[in-house]
Design a protein around this ligand. Structure first.
Ligand SMILES: Nc1ncnc2c1ncn2[C@@H]1O[C@H](COP(=O)(O)OP(=O)(O)O)[C@@H](O)[C@H]1O
Ligand SMILES: [Mg+2]
Length: 244
């Protein structure tokens, strides 16, 4: 099977198209050439696991396709928008419309309650029902009884549920997660991934996950392996959180 093919479960239109992407970060002598000619197509509704050794560029690639970093060369098209050349404001608007992001370390705002955290992207999107929607999203991840708790009053698994609810609330077409289970025990991590895969299946969202966990990677439709900033192999998997 050609490694560049779309997932069998995805529709024809690619959600993410990277072509010969180069990324360097840092200044002067500390500048690092991180991504070295990465080309990758991901289909709408596909679940892709990014794997590879520490330092191979997985997080950097995720940042580029989520619109958090600008490639230095090559082209990046996501959800039908060309990100190449967009300024910071335009990239932020793009993310708000299209991308939900979950990090390993949760990244909740500590001075806001759970429901306030989840409402943030909805308010930025101008939703009049931001708090009602946020409460419903928290109920959907099993936290309907924790709306007014602050992050410090929640367990790690609960904080990650809040982060998942925040990512899902604006109904983005693209979901990205960087080692979302890395700080959690196995059972709690699996519950978090169940939530992400369920959202992918229910909404036909595209899911890109960085992970070291082979069990988690095996739930994806495809894994893409990086080494030293290059894609070195891809593996199509039988099934996973396959969209209906
Ligand atoms: N802001 C940065 N400035 C300089 N180098 C960076 C920066 N971010 C990441 N790097 C370097 O880029 C390489 C890839 O990092 P990263 O994408 O985080 O890898 P991974 O997620 O696979 O562990 C590493 O060598 C890392 O040190
Ligand atoms: Mg990383």
């Amino acid at each position: 099977m050609p490694s560049s093919s779309q997932s069998t479960s995805a529709t024809a239109a690619p959600a993410i198209c990277l072509d010969k992407v180069e990324l360097s970060l840092g200044a002067g002598a500390a500048r690092v050439h991180i991504l070295k000619g990465v080309s990758l197509n991901i289909g709408q509704g596909e679940a892709v696991g990014l794997v590879g050794p520490s330092g191979s560029g997985k997080s950097s690639l995720l940042m580029v396709l989520a619109g958090l970093e600008q490639a230095n060369a090559g082209t990046v098209a996501v959800a039908g928008e060309m990100l190449t050349g967009l300024d910071e404001d335009a990239l932020a608007r793009f993310r708000g419309r299209n991308v939900g992001i979950v990090f390993q370390a949760f990244h909740l705002i500590p001075t806001m309650t759970a429901v306030e955290n989840v409402a943030v992207p909805l308010e930025l999107a101008g939703r009049a029902d931001a708090f009602e929607r946020a409460a419903a999203e928290l109920a959907a991840v099993g936290l309907g009884h924790r709306l007014d708790h602050y992050p410090a009053q929640l367990s790690g698994g609960e904080q990650q549920r809040v982060a998942v609810a925040r990512a899902l609330a604006p109904e983005p077409r693209i979901l990205v997660a960087d080692e979302p289970t890395g700080n959690l025990d196995e059972d709690t991590g699996r519950q978090i991934m169940d939530l992400l895969f369920a959202a992918q299946a229910r909404r036909g969202a595209t899911l890109v996950i960085v992970t070291h966990d082979p069990t988690l990677a095996s739930r994806c439709n495809r894994t893409v392996r990086l080494r030293s900033g290059e894609i070195v192999s891809e593996e199509l998997l039988a099934q996973a959180g396959t969209p209906a």
